[in-house]
Design a protein around this ligand. Structure first.
Ligand SMILES: Cc1ncc(COP(=O)(O)O)c(C=O)c1O
Length: 413
């Protein structure tokens, strides 16, 4: 079959709905300054779907630093890959400041979080090594594991007994191959909001020899006393061998970093293909990240505000009888039962009649019949926003249970 013919027929699990969803349920356009109020289809809505956890996206000092850096350096500087011609004092300063914040010896910047994770996994292991990883890992971990030429064993999400079994299997293999074991999990899981059981995994180091790689995209800036993430939250930061954070969430920017010991970071610097064979991070992003990190470290009230909103929202939803699963982080999933048609009608009602914009997750990301409405509280939401939203959810839930959203037809928009 002609490739283009095949692609035309088989549009992919989400793409098959593109005609009915594009511009509304998928690829919506949120306009205006990033914040809790943005314009969607010409009308102001209350936004609950951005990972702008600390409210830094539109912080005046951040906007000023971004604008000044862009004016001074433009987006070309520095040209080339870090290794060849694209290094700068500012890149190294940012790496140094991240290392000290993360209590690690060294740090490497990543142009993109996703791509950096894939490439780091690819570069850390060879065909003699074994990867053990959590079944609910983010796509970037799964893609990194896909590149791995050796064995990989998956354990059911946060199932420590099974994780131990996989480590036993992995140990038998590396004893033969002479390889090593890399265990990969997340600090905070972005869909369910629960934490990876880092403390329990670290305990397994007493029985097995492995290195722990944690993707803490959602934990960096939100978890732990200083915001240094889920390792700090669980008191095991020093036992995380390789720590990944993104700039795309709490830092409200783009890019990411990996912190570890000096040897490992130097190895990554000289072997990680996504950084060696790609242009270095533009200077405005480096300076923008330095400013964001300074604010993240010096203004703990941003994280306090975030958690006030998180607690009000999650306690309020629970008090109304909503199922928010096992979340232990700001990520707030609201689980309901219904078809994809009901989910889209519900979201449509939320957006058009309550001016609330949140994201929904349906099959194939979750099993058929389950709807997740995902709320992301931030430091800049108010308790009024929380109250208003819970009331709207209550009304929508009554309608859902009464079958009022039932319709074969996806809401017309
Ligand atoms: C757990 C996790 N890891 C990695 C990434 C990728 O990060 P980035 O958006 O910086 O590419 C994300 C972002 O969606 C994430 O949620």
């Amino acid at each position: 079959m002609d490739l283009f013919e095949k692609l035309k027929k088989n549009r992919g699990p989400i793409g098959q709905h593109a005609k009915d969803s594009h511009g509304y349920f998928t690829f919506p356009k949120l306009e205006g300054d990033i914040g809790t109020r943005m314009v969607f289809r010409g009308k102001e809505r209350l936004i609950w779907s951005l990972n702008n956890y600390l409210g830094l996206a539109n912080h005046p000092e951040v906007r000023k630093a971004d604008a000044e850096a862009a004016a001074k350096f433009g987006f070309a500087t520095p040209m080339g890959a870090r290794m060849m011609s694209g290094n700068s004092n500012y890149h190294e300063q940012l790496e140094g400041e991240l290392s000290s914040f993360m209590s690690k010896e060294d740090t490497i910047l990543l142009n993109f979080g996703y791509q950096g994770m894939v490439s780091a996994i690819d570069c850390l292991v060879d065909r003699h090594d074994v990867i053990v990883y959590d079944s609910e890992s983010h796509a970037c971990i799964i893609d990194g594991v896909r590149l791995h030429m050796g064995k990989r064993f998956v354990f059911p999400h946060n199932d420590i007994a099974n994780c131990e079994k996989q480590l036993e299997r992995a140990t038998r293999i590396v004893e033969e191959s002479g390889g090593s074991i890399l265990l990969i999990t997340e600090g905070v899981f972005g869909m369910s909001g629960d934490m990876g059981r880092l403390k329990d995994i670290v305990e397994l180091k007493n029985k097995f020899q492995f290195r722990l790689f944690v993707d803490d995209a959602h934990g960096f800036g939100t978890m732990g006393k200083t915001g240094a993430g889920t390792g700090e939250e669980q008191g095991v930061q020093d036992k995380i061998d390789i720590y990944f954070g993104t700039f795309a969430k709490s830092m409200a920017m783009i890019g990411g970093f990996i912190s570890s010991n000096e040897d490992v970071v130097e190895y990554l610097r000289y072997n990680m293909r996504s950084q060696i064979f790609a242009k270095s991070m533009p200077m405005p992003l480096v300076l923008g990240a330095l400013k964001r990190l300074e604010l993240l470290r010096s203004k703990p009230e941003m994280k306090d505000n975030l958690w006030n909103v998180v607690n009000a929202l999650q306690n309020g939803l629970k008090a109304e009888g909503f199922n928010i699963g096992k979340t232990q982080s700001p990520v707030t999933p609201v689980y309901m039962n219904g078809s994809i048609g009901e989910a889209t009608n519900l979201i449509y009602d939320m957006r058009e009649n309550h001016d609330i914009f949140c994201s929904m997750v349906v099959y194939p990301v979750v099993p058929k019949g389950i709807i997740i409405l995902r709320l992301i509280p931030t430091a800049v939401h108010t308790l009024e926003d929380v109250k208003y939203t819970i009331e709207a959810f209550r009304k929508a839930y009554v309608k859902l249970k009464a079958g009022e959203y039932m319709s074969d037809k996806i809401a017309a928009f």
